[in-house]
Design a protein around this ligand. Sequence first.
Ligand SMILES: Nc1ncnc2c1ncn2[C@@H]1O[C@H](COP(=O)(O)OP(=O)(O)OP(=O)(O)O)[C@@H](O)[C@H]1O
Length: 264
Amino acid sequence: MSDVPDPVLDLSAVTVRRGVSVLLDSVSLTVGAGERWVVLGPNGAGKSTLLSVAAGRLFPTSGTVGILGERLGRVDVFELRPRIGLASTALAGAVPRQEKVRDVVVTAAYGVTGRWREEYDPDDEARAAHLLALLGVAHLAERTFGTLSDGERKRTQIARALMTDPELLLLDEPAGGLDLGGREDLLRRLTALAADPDAPTPVMVTHHVEEIPVGTTHALLLRGGRVVAAGPVEPTLTSAQLSDTFGLALEVSARAGRYTARAL
Ligand SMILES: Nc1ncnc2c1ncn2[C@@H]1O[C@H](COP(=O)(O)OP(=O)(O)OP(=O)(O)O)[C@@H](O)[C@H]1O
């Protein structure tokens, strides 16, 4: 998108403390328009915390956060949030189990979860249907969210995150819990989405290098709330840096834009 502010994200020395715990320790990150980022790190590294900051949902203890050309703390976050698509397990937990899948998606246009109108704009209904098809779950539109499998929920959440036509797309472990076929299908769809010049700039959190979609341009490696390495994906995702990130000797290999890692 030519009119998307650049950088899309501009975090400088962001620290998040909770009591004596330091969840993020002076993290700086600049995501340019058109870049496609992955954030990798072990359990508890601070990935979800970082995504919450990037989503304008968590204010850091110190540091500055620029999102889509606005400064967190100076901007009305309720105006900013529709410009950011966020799919996370925490948000999925806020969706009523009885909510129909199509309503889970369409209500994002109104900034709510839970159906609250009898009628929606036909254009919104059509967009929700299109996004469910894009994520491969159009056949589930009339089902209730509570009856979906984990993988189906993930896809529905991503469709919801795209509903407002956001400029920034934040995905927290979109492939987590998916079976092999489901993961590969989702990655293919994320790759196709990333190739669309009108698609939002994605920042995706994962634990596994195998879940990095083809077309990812940049990586941030996080451990203990600190940045181990960040930058263009190839020089960042080295065996040495991945080993530092996960705290064990790993060998990473790349083939046709996909990555695998194994312990040495
Ligand atoms: N309110 C809090 N008070 C103290 N510690 C917290 C609080 N919230 C989160 N943490 C801790 O902060 C650390 C980072 O959490 P976060 O959820 O960001 O990690 P993560 O990298 O997303 O982990 P995972 O991969 O397991 O989802 C964890 O050790 C977590 O236990």
